[in-house]
Design a protein around this ligand. Structure first.
Ligand code: ATP
Ligand code: MG
Length: 419
């Protein structure tokens, strides 16, 4: 049998990487809580229609990236490619839409059939925040501030730039769309096949193309700014003012559109130059039309998603882990006592790794391999004298500690070693 491999674009999160992910998620969750966001979790798969219409037939995601299948009951199912549509589905099916504003935090795996490369996988993980039911620009400002603060806490803010744009309201967007169709039609021969298709359905999306030629043509396209109506202009000005007031620097990027169909007004990304082509670590924006499109009452919303793998790749140092205590019984009598002793030390909050087998040398090698801070040795001699031997594995120093029933001294010494 050939060696089994993970499916292309998927990967195992081995402990060191899993720890980075956990730290990123916990940091984000704690900070989201400071802003009043509650954690929710929606299913990893939904009916395909939950994603197909809101995300948009011309989007890369729906056109070529969804993991869709028919299940054994004949239902059309899709593994979630992003979080927003599922959260909105939950808001509608759980009857929460009357309780706005709603502020949700979630994290978990997403699935997209993409070409795997650095920072781009077929199963990846996102942190996601959504603020539903607030039409005011304060909501945009707060979710951006939340993202900025998370990056700061992860010591990544300096490595990223906040890019900002507006997609205007539907009226501005229609006017801009006409201008874009006129412009891109004149340069049709230079566009990729994909973008020619986009031109008919959603010309704005050509800006999101990763094709070289498309990008070149996009650079000279008319600017949205000239087509924004007064309301859209004002809204964007207020968002910028708010960011200025909070001291959050940004760079305007008139070509920043987001991959999904349902965005209006504010669009933003935190980007880095440290990850090659996959430089966006957080992407988000306002989606005032989405909830209505999904069958709910007209309700505004704004949010973002962060790629955990990309954040983890940017984090240089693996977070420190607390070092365990190795409990090393020697001989049968020691083994008889070790299980109980390990439990007592864990009762005291100490992380204990019990050496199950092998001679003393082998058990000590394991203690070193797991980076244990200290070893507690119990053999026949120790038991006879009612002590244990405590070895500091950094200094090599060894002392004898009395084994009184309360374990007071041993516990105190171990805690002191842990620092
Ligand atoms: P890109 O332009 O890189 O394809 P996107 O616009 O498709 O990004 P979003 O849908 O906005 O990405 O997802 C938000 C974030 O999730 C991205 O900024 C990125 O950090 C992360 N992300 C998206 N797709 C992937 C993937 N295939 N692998 C790893 N991370 C991803
Ligand atoms: Mg993409």
């Amino acid at each position: 049998m050939r060696t089994l491999q993970p499916v292309r674009g998927t990967q195992d999160l081995l402990p060191e990487v899993a720890r980075r992910h956990r730290r990123i998620i916990e940091t984000a969750r704690d900070i989201a809580e400071l802003y009043g966001f509650d954690e929710i979790a929606t299913p990893i798969f939904e009916f395909t229609e939950v994603f197909a219409r809101p995300i948009g037939e011309t989007s890369d995601i729906v056109a070529k990236e969804m993991y869709s299948f028919v299940d054994r009951g004949g239902e059309e199912i899709t593994l979630r490619p992003e979080a927003t549509a599922g959260i909105v589905r939950a808001v509608l099916s759980d009857g929460l839409v009357q309780n706005t504003p709603l502020k949700f935090f979630c994290s978990g795996p997403m699935f997209r059939y993409e070409r795997p490369q650095k920072g781009r996988f077929r199963q990846f993980h996102q942190i996601d925040v959504e603020l539903i039911g607030v039409a005011q620009p304060q909501a945009d400002i707060e979710v951006i501030a939340l993202g900025s603060r998370i990056l700061e806490a992860l010591e990544l803010r300096e490595k990223t730039v906040l890019e900002l744009n507006t997609l205007g309201d539907p009226e501005s967007r229609a006017a801009y769309r006409d201008a874009l169709v006129a412009y891109f039609s004149r340069r049709l021969s230079e566009l990729s096949e994909d973008s020619r298709r986009r031109l008919e359905r959603n010309p704005l999306r050509i800006f999101d193309s990763k094709d070289e030629a498309d990008r070149r043509v996009s650079l000279e396209a008319p600017a949205f700014d000239d087509y924004l109506n007064v309301a859209s202009h004002d809204f964007f000005a207020q968002v910028r003012e708010g960011l200025d007031r909070l001291g959050i620097p940004y760079r305007l990027n008139p070509r920043l559109v987001r991959g999904l169909d349902y965005y209006t007004h504010t669009a933003f990304e935190f980007v880095t130059s440290d990850l090659g082509a996959q430089g966006t670590v957080i992407g988000g924006g306002r989606y005032d039309g989405l909830i209505e499109m999904m069958g709910g009452p007209a309700t505004p919303g704004v949010g973002w998603a962060a790629g955990i793998e990309r954040l983890a790749m940017l984090t240089p140092q693996p977070p420190t882990v607390s070092r365990p205590i190795a409990l090393v019984p020697v001989g049968e009598a020691g083994e008889g006592l070790a299980l109980g002793l390990a439990e007592m030390l864990r009762d005291a909050g100490l992380s204990v790794d019990l050496a199950y087998s092998g001679n003393l040398a082998r058990r000590m090698r394991r203690a070193n391999r797991i980076n244990a801070r200290a070893a507690v040795l119990i053999g026949e001699d120790e038991i006879a004298r009612n002590i244990v031997a405590l070895r500091d594995l950094d200094s090599g120093e060894q002392v004898e500690v009395p084994m009184d029933p309360s374990l007071n001294e041993l516990r105190a010494r171990l805690k002191a070693l842990r620092g």
